[in-house]
Design a protein. Structure first.
Length: 92
C-alpha cells in the first residue's frame, strides 16, 4: 500500500480557457498553452516531493455554482478548495 500524500491539481480543458479567463478574479495566464506548461512543471515538482498528484478536470459552469453556494471568490484559492472537495467526495 502506498502511503504517499495525495494532492489534487485543477485541470482545465482548452476549450474552456476563454471562460476561465473571464470568470477568474485573480491573474490567470492569457494563453492555455502557457498555463499547461506551468502546471506540468508544478505537477512534476509535487511528484518529486513525494506526492501522488491527481489531475481533477473542472469546468467553469460547475465551479461558478460551487463558488455561489459556498460564498467564494473565483480565484486560485477557491479552485484549490473546490478540487479538494471533489477529491474527498470521490473517495468517500
Amino acid at each position: 500500500m502506498d502511503n504517499k500524500p495525495v494532492i489534487g491539481v485543477a485541470w482545465f480543458n482548452k476549450n474552456d480557457w476563454e471562460e476561465w479567463k473571464k470568470i477568474s478574479e485573480d491573474k490567470i495566464e492569457d494563453d492555455y498553452d502557457d498555463w499547461l506548461a506551468q502546471v506540468i512543471i508544478y505537477k512534476s515538482q509535487l511528484e518529486d516531493e513525494g506526492f501522488i498528484v491527481k489531475q481533477v478536470t473542472i469546468t467553469p459552469a460547475n465551479f461558478k455554482i460551487w463558488c455561489k453556494e459556498n460564498n467564494k471568490k473565483s480565484d486560485t484559492a477557491s479552485r484549490s478548495e473546490y478540487v479538494t472537495d471533489l477529491l474527498i467526495k470521490a473517495h468517500t
